[in-house]
Design a binder for this molecule. Sequence first.
Ligand code: GFB
Length: 311
Amino acid sequence: MKLFIAGHHGMVGAALVRRYAREPGVTLLLRSRRELDLTNQAAVEAFYAEARPDAAIIAAAKVGGIQANHTYPADFLYDNLVIAANCLHGAYRAGVPRLLFLGSSCIYPKLAPQPMPEGCLLTGPLEPTNEAYAVAKIAGLKLAEYYRRQHGVLYHSAMPTNLYGPGDHYHLQHSHVLPALLRKFHEAKTAGRAEVTAWGTGTPRREFLHVDDLADACAFLLDLADPPGLINVGTGTDVTIRELTELVATVVGFTGRIVWDSTKPDGTPRKLLDVSRLSGLGWRARLSLAEGVALTYRSYRDELAAGTLRG
Ligand code: GFB
């Protein structure tokens, strides 16, 4: 099988490359951003026509944490919408028979029932801090659904919960909470500082999935003969941001004080996926949050030492 992984330099794409390295029957088609600009429709169509993959996983996206999403909504909507449109339409035009599109748990309404089943999509208003990203991802998953319905191609989508792992972004303003906290605690410990500031009130609840578990779930879904059109990928359990903060501090070995900056947004109060559809099919996440954070702190230090840390 010739498999195109769109976005293989990103955290998710790189995890997919690691996962498929174990599959001898799979040849990966990979293009860096310099080689193929996914926002350029003509370039994407030319790539598909020439490379002719048997399947594609669309892991390319402009992503960021709560503040980046809130500050750059036009970029988050435009880039993600165009990437989704080009990657799906180009695949369809070139006769690619199978495609897995990756979205995000923020596609569900802000006040969705918890845990959130796939069926609550488009039943209420979105969380304002990430509405732009969510609208683009909803358009992408609907494109997959409609190409499958109208044209009979096997295009389907997976919605991962908040992800973390090797190759994450560690920018203090623009990253997600878990990498931001790892960096803040590491730098405070190294500099001997007594205090670290975390954002918001610490009361929102979030679910975190290690990116290697997501890659395994993608490989599982891509093997199904008749995959669900839309499926949640998570662990099925969540923690408060305060609990996460304490866990990260413990893993890093920071023993000072944690101060909460309530001028920063909390975002959606809770975002726990209902993973019964996926567990019913026989897939479960392997890594606990404590194991995953310990592994990620190790890769953070390795990336820092190698000069490859992003952000
Ligand atoms: O991970 P995060 O940036 O995004 O923030 P979302 C999660 C929670 O952690 C919020 C709090 O309540 C933040 O206020 N938090 C505490 C921090 N300290 C920090 C910190 O130092 N940095 C950050 N970033 N947060 C994102 C969406 O929402 O989730 C994206 O914006 C995407 O579109 C992603 O869907 C999965 O979980 O709120």
